[in-house]
Design a binder for this molecule. Structure first.
Ligand SMILES: C[S@@+](CC[C@H](N)C(=O)[O-])C[C@H]1O[C@@H](n2cnc3c(N)ncnc32)[C@H](O)[C@@H]1O
Length: 262
């Protein structure tokens, strides 16, 4: 493979970041700053479709969630919404308010996002446990999780290859990974409408409501640079995952990849 072919998978580079360390620091600072308004903006800017995407993601992994001994981690969990969707799906699948033998874990490196996740867990009686951790250096032993998910977080990693390697490392053989991400639809009648909304409307609304223009300018830019679904699949394969599949939702603007660790 040539160096050019690998380049798109290097990871995110917010403006001004010269290397991975600076990229990660900027991402961490940006999400820490927008944490108080993050949920409001998520629901508002996606017309509340984000809730449906997370629910669908949880449904995709029901066969794992209905195993009482399954260990589950939601990476880059932010304020916890995917972790809660997984927890609810698990509770429903197991019935009788049983929550399985192990708590569901969420991890993130932005403390204010985690604070919010813990508050929400307390007020909604969720048993999910939230821990501070960098997704590129996870404080978990090898091969302990049956399922590792991440929603709208993977794109923000400073090194995608290392991110995939960490996910593979902590998954048990046969364990599954789910990566839910935005994508820029390249064809179809809605592609232009989506691009216009994502590049021109969303950054203005997001910037005005959050008071952080940079974060909502970063969002469409990082999505535009993120690998297309076929490329991400190829890269997951190179990272050693198998049975890689993806489903595109919302006219191709949201994509869920799932894959197994052999
Ligand atoms: C767009 S938010 C997504 C939050 C949540 N998963 C959701 O569905 O709303 C991205 C999250 O990824 C986290 N993140 C980005 N890079 C990270 C890293 N290297 N380690 C841990 N968390 C990271 C950010 O702190 C932020 O909370």
């Amino acid at each position: 493979m040539t160096a050019e072919k690998h380049a798109p998978f290097a990871g995110t580079r917010p403006p001004g970041a010269r290397d991975e360390r600076e990229a990660a620091a900027r991402v961490q600072e940006m999400f820490s700053r927008i944490a108080p308004r993050y949920d409001l903006l998520n629901h508002f800017l996606s017309f509340s479709l984000d809730r449906i995407w997370r629910r669908r993601t949880a449904c995709r992994f029901l066969p794992i969630l209905r195993r009482p001994d399954a260990r589950v981690l939601d990476l880059c969990c932010g304020t916890g919404d995917l972790a809660f969707a997984l927890d609810r799906a698990r509770e429903k699948a197991l019935g009788d308010r049983s929550r399985g033998s192990f708590p569901l874990f969420g991890s993130d490196f932005a403390q204010p996002m985690l604070d919010r996740a813990r508050e929400k867990a307390r007020s909604n009686s969720h048993t999910a446990v939230f821990v501070a951790a960098d997704a590129l250096r996870l404080p978990f032993a090898d091969a302990i999780f049956d399922l590792v998910t991440t929603a709208f977080g993977f794109r923000n990693l400073a090194n995608y290859e290392d991110g995939l390697r960490e996910i593979a490392r902590i998954l048990k053989p046969g364990g599954e990974a789910g990566i839910l991400e935005f994508s820029e639809p390249s064809r179809g009648p809605m592609a232009g409408v989506f691009r216009f909304y994502f590049r021109h409307i969303l950054p203005r609304l997001g910037g005005a409501i959050s008071g952080n223009d940079d974060a909502y300018a970063y969002l469409p830019n990082s999505v535009a640079k993120f690998p297309q679904p076929e490329e991400l699949s190829e890269f997951m394969e190179r990272a050693g995952f198998r049975d890689i599949r993806f489903s595109s939702w919302n006219f191709g603007s949201v994509v869920l990849h799932s894959a197994k660790r052999p």
